[in-house]
Design a protein around this ligand. Structure first.
Ligand code: NDP
Ligand code: 2IT
Length: 447
């Protein structure tokens, strides 16, 4: 069978076996479509049915999460952990709390994580977890009770050498703290079972900043290759959560001007440049809406609806909120306004047709599994520090992060060129991530 036919038949089976999981289908299709030339040159992958195996999670856990709210009412959520691949290390990947979470979202994220983690060059397999719990509007007490119930089940399936979760949408330092406390209490062990921990109890410096900083480091490397830099560039960053905030911070440090940010309700445009201290106060401390920014800074304008952010003229766009937030209409607006670089801070924020449009129009496009790998990379460094029972300085962790992002850029660039797709970083990232996992699977036999 030709490589194309193999890919088609694997994809057909994925559709059949995972009905209704459109985000998972989308993520699988993008990776499979990148692999034709690799399979042509490596028939051993076909022989060993690597593709059929790599699209099937090693283990899927789904569980009831009952808890009691502040009014004494019983609530029931659904919890997930998908342990996708342990070919190159313990399962590793975040936990997402958002009402939109269902199995298809966790599988897409777990699948992406396999290749992303491979790109970091560290020893981490891929996994993802989460719940349809909505932290918005909940008290700290309710969040704690939910996290404790979630971890009461999850703690049976994870461990510092088995599966190491971290944060994602709706899961930050507060939630990691509650989950760590419950794990420690039930298992009676103080180990690096979660990353993104507080600095007093095993966390790594730079983990909070890592995804956003890493995103900007990889774009900076791409610009450097073109003899360019962030200095004087106008930048749009969607979202106003962990990834977005620290992407903005690093862009501003490098001399760029960020003029727009968003949340799920709408976006702000501040032609004088976003005042990040205000966004941090609103989002990290007060947990308020981005709209409130305009009450403090009269130079800014708020527009309802988050998709309109792509109409803001910019040189560089960093979608950093959620999946499929940048569609074909958004891509056309960016192209028309002269945007030259799009790099994904979020996981799969760009729809496939939008990504095609950007690439056809010579916009440099860095896919999430490369561009947002800085977060999990520093999680890997947190695991290394926990194993050493030692904490590195900010400078050391930051230098390691930068080095990892530069290497990812070089590797995906080289892989794209080697397999006849020069400048297509989607193909480059998928191939570079895949080969290491596939070769490890070959070496470990049929498991
Ligand atoms: P946060 O929860 O800190 O922030 C999420 C941001 O995205 C908020 O501004 C939120 O707005 C917005 N958002 C979430 N869901 C939607 C939606 N359905 N529609 C529109 N806007 C939405 O999460 P993170 O910053 O950690 O994560 C952002 C993205 O980055 C995700 O795709 C995540 O998977 C990815 N990522 C995160 C990493 C990390 O280390 N944290 C690492 C790599 C990738 P609102 O407040 O209104 O909900
Ligand atoms: O999507 C991601 O890479 C994350 N949410 C971070 C995962 C991690 O284990 O740090």
């Amino acid at each position: 069978m030709s490589s194309k036919k193999v890919i088609e038949s694997v994809y057909e089976l994925v559709l059949k076996r995972n009905p209704g999981e459109s985000e998972f289908h989308q993520a699988v299709k993008e990776v499979l479509d990148s692999l034709v030339t690799v399979l042509d040159e490596n028939p051993q992958y076909i022989e060993a049915r690597i593709l059929d195996r790599i699209v099937e999670p090693e283990r899927v856990l789904m569980f009831r999460v009952p808890w009691v709210d502040d009014n004494g009412k019983v609530q029931v959520n659904r919890g997930f952990r998908v342990q996708f691949s342990s070919a190159i290390g313990p399962y590793k990947g975040g936990i997402r709390f958002h009402p939109s979470v269902y199995l298809g979202i966790i599988k897409f994220l777990g699948f992406e994580q396999v290749f992303k983690n491979s790109l970091t060059g560290l020893m981490m397999g891929g996994g993802k977890g989460g719940s349809d719990f909505d932290p918005k509007g909940k008290s700290d007490n309710e969040v704690m009770h939910f996290c404790q119930s979630f971890m009461t089940e999850l703690c049976k399936h994870i461990g510092a050498d088995t599966d190491v979760p971290a944060g994602d949408i709706g899961v930050g330092g507060r939630e990691i703290g509650f989950m760590f406390g419950q794990y420690k209490r039930i298992r009676n062990e103080f180990v690096g079972v979660l990353t993104g921990k507080g600095l007093n109890w095993g966390g790594s410096l730079v983990r909070t900043e890592a995804t956003g900083y890493g995103l900007v480091y990889i774009v900076d490397e791409l610009l450097k290759e073109k003899g360019d830099s962030f200095d004087g560039k106008t930048v749009v960053v969607s979202g106003s959560g962990n990834v977005a905030i620290y992407a903005v911070e690093k862009v501003q440090q490098l001399g760029g001007k960020v003029v727009a940010m968003s949340d799920s309700n709408g976006f702000i445009y501040d032609p004088q440049g976003i005042k990040l201290d205000t966004v941090k106060q609103l989002k990290e401390v007060e947990r308020k809406r981005i709209k409130e920014y305009t009450a403090i800074h009269k130079s800014a304008k708020y527009t309802e609806g988050c998709a309109g952010i792509w109409n803001v003229k910019c040189d560089i766009a960093l979608p950093s909120a959620t999946q499929n937030e940048l569609d074909a209409a958004g891509a056309k607006a960016l192209i028309k306004n002269g945007c030259k670089v799009v790099a994904e801070g979020a996981n799969m924020p760009t729809t496939p047709d939008a990504a095609d449009l950007l690439i056809e129009n010579k916009v440099a496009f860095l896919p999430g599994k490369a561009a947002n790998a800085g977060g999990v990379a520093v999680s890997g460094l947190e695991m290394a520090q926990n194993s050493q029972r030692y904490a590195w300085t900010f400078e050391r962790a930051d230098a390691e992060l930068k080095n990892i992002m530069v290497n990812i850029y070089k590797n995906i660039n080289a892989a794209a060129e080697k397999y006849g797709a020069k400048g297509n970083y989607i193909v480059g990232a998928n191939i570079a991530g895949f080969v290491k996992v596939a070769d490890s699977m070959l070496a470990q036999g049929v498991v």
